[in-house]
Design a protein. Structure first.
Lengths: 118, 108
């Protein structure tokens, strides 16, 4: 089955770190750009980061540069988001997404919730 | 950065209505635009990519048009399953993607 399954979310205090994972199955993971997209409760979608098929290029939204790191392990069919110096405004559902249709996100995971609160 | 706007923010419509949602980019994005549908508690679903290409499995009542900075999503005859929030997204460059703020389509 073609799917993306996120894990690793939870409740953390401001300033803490957290690592999200996205397990991929059912397609050739190393053929696609992959991304993280987040959605704060009751808010819209916000692109967070992109990573190229071989991991050689990575891009981030301005507010997470220097704090978040996207990575992938093509041998393990897994995508990661290492988050550090977390802030209350990072509270959101985090989705991993596949850049399939010429870059558009044609496959999404179910999301994992990250709550940053003291 | 490329900013995306959508109008209206909320749209009240009835089953069978023709619905049009507009998305504008702050600079030209050629045809690098996608439309997504999201229902409460669910992940977004791709409807349209490259401004006018229908994703596989998406009903033909959905269509997209436009290029440059102005785009539209049209639902030709609104069905009960279509009440949801719709987002546009530009993907001109992998260095920065952005979404519109969303348009909620609810029951009139």
């Amino acid at each position: 089955e073609v799917q993306l399954v996120e894990s690793g979310g939870g409740l953390v205090q401001p300033g803490a770190s957290l690592r999200l994972s996205c397990a991929v199955s059912g397609f050739s993971f190393d053929s696609y750009w992959m991304s993280w997209v987040r959605q704060a409760p009751g808010e819209g979608l916000e692109w967070v980061a992109n990573i190229k098929q071989d991991g050689s290029e990575k891009f981030y939204m301005d507010s997470v540069k220097g704090r978040f790191t996207i990575s992938r392990d093509n041998a393990e069919n897994s995508l990661y988001l290492q988050m550090s110096s977390l802030r209350a405004e990072d509270t959101a559902f985090y989705y991993c997404a596949r850049g399939g249709k010429l870059g558009a996100f044609d496959l999404w995971g179910q999301g994992t919730m990250v709550t940053v609160s003291s | 950065d490329i900013q995306m706007t959508q109008s209206p923010s909320t749209l009240s419509a009835s089953v069978g209505d023709r619905v049009i949602i507009t998305c504008r980019a702050s600079q030209s994005i050629s045809s690098w635009l996608a439309w997504y549908q999201q229902k409460p508690g669910k992940a977004p679903k791709l409807l349209i990519y490259k401004a006018s290409s229908l994703e596989s499995g998406v009903p033909a009542r959905f269509s997209g048009s436009g290029s440059g900075t102005e785009f539209t999503l049209t639902i030709s005859s609104l069905q009960p399953d279509d009440f949801a929030t719709y987002y546009c997204q530009q993907y001109k460059s992998y260095s920065t993607f952005s979404f519109g703020p969303g348009t909620k389509v609810d029951i009139k």
